[in-house]
Design a binder for this molecule. Structure first.
Ligand code: GLN
Length: 253
């Protein structure tokens, strides 16, 4: 066990009740556990509907899970009335945003569902989403720029299009990803991470989980202090789950 200071991070969990499709809260638990296995601490701060709590602590990571159109509609007004200014301030301060599917769609300029008016997004990334004619459902295999693979499950009708200068999270090799056309999946642009991959995503993609923790720790404690990588964990079961998911995808494609 490498002796290191007990580093701490705070994660604000946006709309934990409403935006939690397919157990996306499992991503929060995975980050907490990967900090704990290193002797560190991830404090979790639920941010429900309504006004923000007084005296918010310094938040390092914001998380928002997926949601059906009805949930996204239910939180839209609250997001802009009570959270948007604060989230934009924290985004400018380079806090890390991790968003899944419906939460990811609201990072961009708008999400236009099949019915009703477009939902206003936070415009934290140059992207927009419009519901397409088919639901994109199934297991997905992607490749990250690092060469690592990413596995997960998608279920969305929204088709997301990134601005030309916005960096995607990865390239789709099996499945649809952002829109079923440009072979892009998700976004990892500066401090904004979004993906269509449910599962939850992080337990069976440990390299991505650690890359997210690394970015948040480097921002808080400095690259000098944290270094370029986190010390490795025994990820036997995580890698086993990853390989099984890859087999599932390959057999289905
Ligand atoms: N309601 C959005 C869509 O259908 C997002 C769905 C989700 O979060 N899985 O595209």
């Amino acid at each position: 066990m490498i002796a290191t200071p007990p580093y701490t991070l705070t994660l604000a969990h946006l709309y934990p009740q409403e935006m939690n499709l397919y157990g996306d809260r499992g991503n929060v638990l995975a980050l907490k556990q990967r900090m704990a296995w290193r002797g560190w601490q991830l404090n979790i701060l639920p941010i429900p509907l309504g006004t923000l709590p007084e005296n918010l602590p310094e938040v390092d990571i914001f998380f928002m899970g997926g949601g059906q159109d009805t949930q996204q509609i239910a939180i839209e007004a609250d997001l802009h009335q009570h959270k948007a200014d604060y989230l934009r301030k924290m985004a400018d301060e380079k806090a890390l945003f991790l968003t899944i599917c419906g939460g990811y769609q609201l990072l961009g300029h708008y999400y236009k569902p099949h019915e009703g008016k477009p939902l206003k997004g936070l415009s934290l990334i140059d992207a927009y989403t419009e519901a397409g004619n088919k639901r994109m459902i199934g297991n997905v295999l992607c490749e990250l720029p690092s060469g690592e693979t990413l596995v997960g499950f998608e279920n969305h009708s929204g088709r997301t299009f990134l601005g030309k200068d916005v960096t995607p999270l990865g390239k789709v090799t099996v499945g649809n990803g952002n829109n079923g056309d440009d072979k892009q999946e998700g976004v990892w642009h500066e401090n904004f991470v979004g993906t269509y991959l449910h599962g939850p995503l992080l337990p069976k993609n440990p390299a991505l989980a650690d890359a997210l923790l690394l970015q948040a720790l480097q921002r808080k404690y400095g690259v000098e202090e944290i270094g370029q990588t986190l010390h490795l964990l025994d990820d036997y079961w995580e890698q086993h789950a990853h390989q099984q998911a890859k087999l599932l995808v390959s057999s289905a494609s």
